[in-house]
Ligand binder design. Structure first.
Ligand code: ZN
Length: 361
């Protein structure tokens, strides 16, 4: 028993971690023990707190064989991401050291997503939940608060200062579409890396290396986007999209959002008045093309394009989700390349292909 205690982390290391409520602990303990005995790799379930830790140590001391003590067993931490963009970064950084589940599927709209019973079970099993925050995914945030009780919950999108926008019925609120600026993406990647290290300190080197590789690519992406947008004639650097998801992108890369059908949440419904105003805005700005989005029904924006007499880009923009596996936008970096290519070409610029030193996955 003495040997075992020495092989576990010091209590002081755990004091900063969250302590879970006492009523859920007996169940966790059974789970924890069976997994620790079944697997070879030893790993502490950090976030389960000091009390579980102490109980586990006590029981293991009485039940485990001496061979288990020298090669103790553990379980891979369960990490859950809400949005497909966060899921992409988390899988890239976590690699095989985490068991990852992304809740939203590519193409799903996080603003209006209605969680399923399966999502409840996913949250219940999680050790760490990474979500966007700034109310991007209200249905999932509500569910997470009620069923993700044993997990540490981190709004990684809130690692950056938000833009404040008007939202119908809510006044000034933070704009959740922070990933539009690749510098924000780099800050979020750092936050995800730090959370994974806290969850599984023994994998620090792997997480650090994976995050560094991803960050190197993102820095090149950031520079490439800026260069492409600069090829657009200055008076045509104007974006019209279905919902207001491109403010960070526009701010970062020198475009202006000239108009949108709906605001920062797709929960809103466009009025006849909004449609009329948008048509007028498009005509007065003289923008050559407008854009539909992959997560939103394009019918109304098609009508707007027709009425205003402008081209609707044949390439829809990836706004709140990456593309399906195998598509041209199936990672964050690829979705940003597709968007930037479509925007640049449709607004009269000239695209140079993105060729990072470390290729986009
Ligand atoms: Zn959105």
């Amino acid at each position: 028993m003495g040997n075992q205690i020495r092989s576990l982390p010091k209590l002081g290391d755990l004091e900063s971690k969250r302590v879970i409520p006492i009523e859920v602990k007996s169940e966790l303990l059974v789970f924890n023990l069976s997994e620790m005995q079944a697997k070879k790799k030893y790993r502490i379930q950090w976030q389960r707190g000091i009390v579980v830790f102490a109980l586990t140590v006590g029981l293991l001391g009485c039940t485990q064989s001496s061979s288990d003590q020298t090669n103790p067993a553990g379980s891979t931490p369960k990490v859950v991401s809400t949005s497909t963009i966060i899921a992409d970064w988390t899988e890239e950084i976590g690699g095989n050291e985490i068991e990852h589940t992304g809740i939203l599927q590519p193409g799903a709209d996080p603003h209006v997503y209605e969680p399923t019973p399966k999502d409840t079970r996913t949250f219940e099993k999680a050790n760490l939940i990474l979500y966007n925050g700034y109310n991007l995914e209200p249905g999932l945030i509500r569910l997470m608060e009620s069923s993700g009780k044993k997990a540490k919950k981190v709004a990684v999108g809130e690692a950056v200062q938000p833009l404040q926008m008007n939202q119908e019925g809510r006044g000034r609120v933070p704009d959740p579409h922070v990933w539009g600026d690749v510098e924000n993406a780099i800050a979020i990647v750092k936050r995800i890396r730090d959370e994974l290290i806290e969850l599984s300190p023994e994998d620090k080197d792997t997480f650090t290396q994976n995050a560094a590789k991803l960050t190197a690519e993102l820095k090149q992406l950031d520079q490439w986007i800026r260069q492409q947008i600069q090829t657009i004639p200055a008076n045509q650097r104007q974006l019209v999209t279905t919902h207001d998801a491109f403010q960070y992108y526009a701010n970062a890369y020198g475009l202006k959002v000239a108009g949108t059908l709906i605001g920062i949440s797709t929960e809103e419904q466009p009025s006849a008045q909004t449609v009329k105003q948008l048509v007028e805005a498009i005509k007065s700005t003289g923008t050559p093309a407008i854009f539909a989005e992959t997560t939103i029904n394009p019918t109304l924006i098609e009508t707007v394009a027709k009425t205003a007499g402008v081209k609707l880009s044949s390439q829809k923009l990836y706004s709140d989700s990456i593309g399906a596996p195998g598509s041209d936008g199936d990672s964050y970096s690829k979705m940003m390349v597709v968007n930037t290519t479509a925007i640049t070409q449709n607004l009269g610029g000239k695209v140079t292909p993105f060729q990072p030193n470390t290729p986009a996955k």
